[in-house]
Design a protein around this ligand. Structure first.
Ligand code: PLP
Length: 391
């Protein structure tokens, strides 16, 4: 099993005491570990971190230092990466429907690689970024993904040649194909199916005089959850084998988001109220659906809550701190009975969490510290207090 960043109880208590709650703790060592894991197990694949999963500047800087490329989807993402000194040729603007401002910023900053899946986008790109290198996004069905994006994006394989032809006529550099199997794909099946379909499409395109040179296999690589089991090594090996078989001589890209950042962040949150309502136990936390737990809505994610207490589990409702009725994260969630001020650790909190958090109702975005910056101090404080309590 993969290494996963998880704070200990004494570290959680000390961090909460020093920095207050709610608090996000980011491990850059885990980011590095995750990046290297994929780089090693998908050999030869150029990794483009999907910035939307977590645009934290320290994450982006760390990945840039490791040689990563980036999947960006907006003018804002292009501009923040440019400000960090990341060269435009390390970015792919992988949003099938780009805004006019996004294309203008791409032109201005020199970003020249794009994905698309519609005819209307071709004319827009030909005008705004003439000669741009474009990858056509192909639809791949993946009912097993947690978030299946193929209902929203991707052109039907039957329409691929027509769109490639129009793109060529419009003067774009028709560079290849891409797909995205959807997020948290727990088997390799969808990748293998998509790779096979793309092989056939590459061959058909070659017969029509295209020289496609890039295949982008998207993101979707899974991370551990409360209730899914999978073998990430087996998934990457199966994908790798399929790539060597069908695309031995093609440049391959991938766009991992969740896999890089999910396991690198822990949330420390606190019980700020308890209430019995209609025979249901309610707990109010100081982070909520409008904050770090936004992934419950936007990412359909079920977070693990660790309370470091023992007791017989009960089914409880967990709500956030805002005054809105929507701000309920979990119903009938099994937990040991909790008390006012109890601390809760939420591991695997780094993807589609803070990225989609709001400041609704005046709650600031949850502060975050980098674990490697504070680790020595925290561990020393923990050690000193343990010694004191022993003495
Ligand atoms: C969101 C997204 C990704 C990242 O997906 P993960 O499931 O987080 O790996 C990759 N490619 C595209 C086009 C996306 O929209």
């Amino acid at each position: 099993m993969n290494k996963i960043f998880k704070l200990t109880q004494p570290a959680v208590e000390t961090l909460a005491e020093i920095y207050g709650t709610p608090l996000l703790v980011l491990s850059l060592a885990q980011i590095e570990y995750n990046y290297k894991f994929l780089a090693e197990n998908l050999p030869g694949v150029k990794l483009h971190y999907a910035v939307k999963a977590n645009p934290d500047e320290q994450i982006v800087r760390t990945l840039a230092g490791l040689g990563s490329c980036f999947d960006v989807a907006s003018d804002g993402e292009i501009l923040s990466l440019t400000e960090l000194g990341i060269a435009p040729d390390r970015m792919v603007y992988a949003n099938p429907f780009k805004t006019h401002n996004g294309l203008a910023v791409a032109k201005r900053t020199g970003v020249y690689k794009f994905t698309f899946d519609s005819e209307s986008e071709i004319y827009k790109m030909a005008k705004a970024v003439p000669g741009g290198a474009v990858l056509l996004r192909v639809r791949v069905d993946n009912p097993k993904a947690l978030v299946d994006l193929n209902k929203k994006f991707g052109t039907h394989p039957d329409d691929v040649l027509r769109l490639l032809t129009i793109a060529r006529e419009q003067g774009l550099d028709v560079a290849g194909l891409c797909f995205h199997v959807g997020s948290q794909s727990v088997t390799a099946d969808a990748y293998v199916d998509a790779i096979r379909i793309c092989r056939r499409l590459f061959d058909e395109a070659a017969q029509a005089g295209f020289n496609l040179r890039i295949l982008d296999i998207g993101g979707g690589f899974p991370v551990p959850t409360i209730d899914t089991e999978f073998d990430i090594l087996q998934i990457t090996q199966t994908i790798s084998r399929s790539l060597s078989k069908y695309f031995p001589a093609t440049e391959i890209w991938a766009e991992p988001g969740r896999f890089i950042c999910a396991t690198a962040v822990n949330l420390i949150t606190r019980v700020i109220g308890t209430q019995q309502r209609n025979n249901q136990q309610w707990y109010f936390l100081d982070d909520g659906l409008y904050g770090t737990f936004s992934g419950v809505i936007f990412d359909h994610w079920d977070f693990e809550l660790i309370s470091f207490k023992s007791g017989d589990p009960i089914a409880a409702t967990f709500a956030g701190p805002s005054c809105d009725s929507l701000d309920v994260m979990f119903r009938d969630k099994l937990t040991v009975p909790l008390n006012m001020d109890d601390l809760i650790l939420v591991p695997n909190c780094g993807s589609y969490t803070s990225a989609s958090a709001t400041v609704f109702n005046g709650f600031a975005k949850t502060a975050r510290v980098v674990w490697e910056d504070v680790k020595q101090d925290i561990e020393k404080t923990v050690k000193d207090s343990t010694n004191k309590s022993i003495a």
